[in-house]
Design a protein around this ligand. Structure first.
Ligand SMILES: [Zn+2]
Length: 183
């Protein structure tokens, strides 16, 4: 597969990361940041039934890739509005997990940032049919199967269950810039 150096246009027979043999520019391959949220209602968490690859038909935590310059908390708010119609309120940072995303070739490394959230909207989510074919609220003692993104979702859900049981504290939203824009 040939790619072109974006600096000098030379053909380079190599996937990122590489250094252009012509102009010596480095082309890096950095992890992709993602933002998502565990949305709670009555002690249960919202999971979506994924209707796209990878992990079609598996349970999905709503969220997605950060856009350029977008804070991951804003990504979570934006993606969840697009996917569910909910205007969520973020309660705190649940944690960060690294994973491999097999929807790209070669698989990209992702840095997945999850928040705990609630929705003041009430009612059931209005799903985007391009992304999800169903939804369900799961209690902390329920098995969630089949689960998407098994490289990190089980750990994220365990962290949520630990918060529910009071065995783990949430990290308060730490980012002054984010807080200034939302409060
Ligand atoms: Zn070059």
């Amino acid at each position: 597969m040939f790619v072109h150096c974006s600096t000098c246009g030379a053909e380079v027979n190599q996937l990122r990361p590489f250094q252009c043999p012509h102009c010596h520019t480095w082309h890096w391959r950095n992890p992709k940041p993602c933002g998502g949220a565990l949305i709670e209602r009555d002690g249960q968490v919202l999971m979506l039934e994924r209707d796209q690859d990878p992990w079609r038909g598996c349970w999905d935590i709503p969220g997605g890739f950060c856009e350029d310059g977008e804070h991951p908390a804003d990504t979570a708010v934006r993606e969840i509005f697009e996917e569910t119609g909910y205007h969520i309120e973020l309660l705190g940072l649940l944690g960060l997990w690294s994973d491999r995303y097999h929807g790209t070739e070669p698989p990209a490394t992702t840095l997945n940032i999850y928040y705990l959230a609630q929705t003041p909207d009430g009612g059931e989510p209005v799903l985007d049919p391009a992304e999800a074919s169903g939804h369900r609220w799961f209690g902390p003692d329920e098995e969630i199967h089949p689960i998407g993104f098994p490289g990190h979702f089980p750990q994220v859900l365990d962290a949520w269950r630990a918060v529910r049981r009071g065995q783990r504290t949430l990290t308060p939203l730490p980012d002054d810039e984010f807080l200034r824009r939302h409060h």
